[in-house]
Design a protein around this ligand. Structure first.
Ligand code: SF4
Length: 226
């Protein structure tokens, strides 16, 4: 594995939380789970880096030579001294298998595997956040505020810079010309880092028009065993 990348198992925690009752949908979920296990789709890779600000904190934050218009990250107190960048991906295998199942017209199985992939990516994002928090604490700093390119608070155009500063190369994560992540089951994130940062009372989802139908919000509400 490339330097800076960490491989984590994410399928079994997702599997433990899946509802596998006797419904037709549940039977496809069980088949998709078996397929994911049999074909080795249980892992994600993550990478994260803590990057000091190049200058004083303002509405535009400059770190690692990249500028981010992200005034929401400015804290009400304390000192914002850097940004933490993170990225996670399930790799190309699972999305390619979903596409192949669609091409074979196995729609229900494809949708079930895709849904499991979404839950796996959510679990990878949680673990990525844990890893970033641990790194920030080791540096004697605090962390507050989370933004993702394309969500309210950070333009999608920031995606290439976020991928670069997170160390996306180490996990073979790239950005397409339309600013989508490749492989598609991937996520990036930016956190504010500094001294004595207060807990934030906002969420990147607060003002989002997609919230009522957002799959990420829905999936995040699913129970995950400790
Ligand atoms: S509601 Fe969904 S789409 Fe909107 S910011 Fe939150 S996660 Fe992103």
């Amino acid at each position: 594995m490339a330097r800076g990348a960490t491989r984590i198992e994410v399928l079994e925690r997702v599997a433990a939380a899946l509802v596998l009752d006797g419904t037709v949908a549940a039977r496809f979920r069980a088949r998709a789970l078996d397929l994911a296990r049999a074909e080795g789709f249980g892992h994600a890779v993550i990478t994260h880096r803590l990057v000091p600000l190049d200058g004083p904190a303002g509405a535009v934050l400059v770190a690692g030579g990249e500028a981010f218009h992200a005034p929401r990250l400015l804290p009400e107190s304390g000192d914002l001294t850097g940004l933490a960048f993170g990225a996670a991906t399930l790799g190309p295998g699972l999305p390619e298998r979903v596409s192949a199942l669609f091409a074979e017209r196995q729609m229900s199985l494809a949708l079930a595997l895709d849904a499991i992939g979404n839950l796996m990516l959510l679990e990878a994002s949680r673990r990525l956040q844990d890893a970033v928090i641990a790194g920030v604490r080791r540096a004697g700093l605090t962390m507050a505020g989370e933004l993702r390119p394309g969500d309210p608070g950070l333009a999608l155009e920031a995606q290439p810079a976020v991928v670069r500063l997170a160390g996306g190369e180490a996990i073979r994560l790239t950005v397409t010309r339309s600013l989508a992540l490749n492989p598609p089951k991937s996520a990036t994130v930016v956190y504010g880092v500094g001294r004595d940062l207060p807990a934030v009372s906002w969420s990147r989802c607060d003002d989002c028009r997609s919230r009522p139908t957002c799959r990420v919000v829905r999936d995040a509400a699913l129970p995950v065993p400790a």
